[in-house]
Design a protein around this ligand. Sequence first.
Ligand code: HEM
Length: 342
Amino acid sequence: MAQLRVVPLAALLLAILLCGVEATVRELKVGYYAETCPEAEDIVLATMARAQAREARSVASVMRLQFHDCFVNGCDGSVLMDPRPGMEGEKDSLSNINSLRSFDVVDEIKAALEDRCPGVVSCADIIVMAARDAVVLTGGPNWAVRLGRDDSLTASHNDSDNIMPSPRANASALIRLFAGLNLSVTDLVALSGSHSIGKARCFSIVFRLYNQSGSGQPDPNMDMAYRSALDTLCPQGGDEEVTGGLDATPRVFDNQYFKDLVALRGFLNSDQTLFSDDVRTQRVVKVFSSNQDAFFKAIVEGMVKMGDLQNPKMGEIRRNCRVANFAPVAPKEVVADRVLDF
Ligand code: HEM
């Protein structure tokens, strides 16, 4: 009998102990900050609008952060952390280095929120609100975002390298990657429609212009006139930091991206492959190219689902999105004479 009592007690103690490390999944909800920071969503929108007025592209760059944050161990603001001794962080990973941008806009939002309601709104939630606002500010649909995320204490360079897809990826690899996170083929195609806004570098497409799959030839799935325009923008051996629009209307959130894919005018290989290489994704691209409302409905669903990816580890509300509140310091060196004191 006594032994029977000991087992549940030990299990309980273990559970309490583990709680400190693994938090249960947070319940996200619409209007999460209604009591604690009622102006939060207005502050985010106003700051995004100011950023857009300064530089039109910046809102697309902030929207992209949601993808790079949520795919790597859940939406936890890890992508925003600066490298520090002992933690490389995600900013310098393969997909992010020299590519992710507009972190300063997130800083500006965070500063405004800390001013109004200190220590309340997480950086992870800022990304999710700001990504929605990027869509709204460029003419896309509006939706209610679910909030209440924690910020991570760390970020992982390796996980980012291992997870984030390359612009060379083909449709079947992308379907697999998204399926692993419970995102459907429709989610994949709709979320790729985020490339309705923003720009990419020649660096991301020179292989498909001059050496697709090591063939020494361009990707055959390209409209001739478009290819020659891209050849001019991104000549072989030229400056790979030069940028081009991801679709024909890179400041407007619309279904032009899908019309471009059907016309073999996709910018990235990972975009064009959705139309050219797989019937499952092609079917959805065709629907979205002729029905903008269907695209808008699906991207809202996709953004909400992507925003639901959570990091189960215990987190915090960071005061500064770039660093953990109590960043672990490198262990102090043992001072010899102090050891000798004993
Ligand atoms: C499906 C797999 C995806 C791949 C392979 C991919 C890849 C890329 C690449 C290579 C760039 C340009 C980077 C550069 O040249 O510096 C880019 C830009 C962008 N991506 Fe994606 N992406 C994907 C999905 C997504 C998703 C799901 C979102 C949703 C938030 C998204 C949002 C964006 C935006 C808005 C830009 C433009 C950013 C700017 O102008 O700064 N992407 N993406």
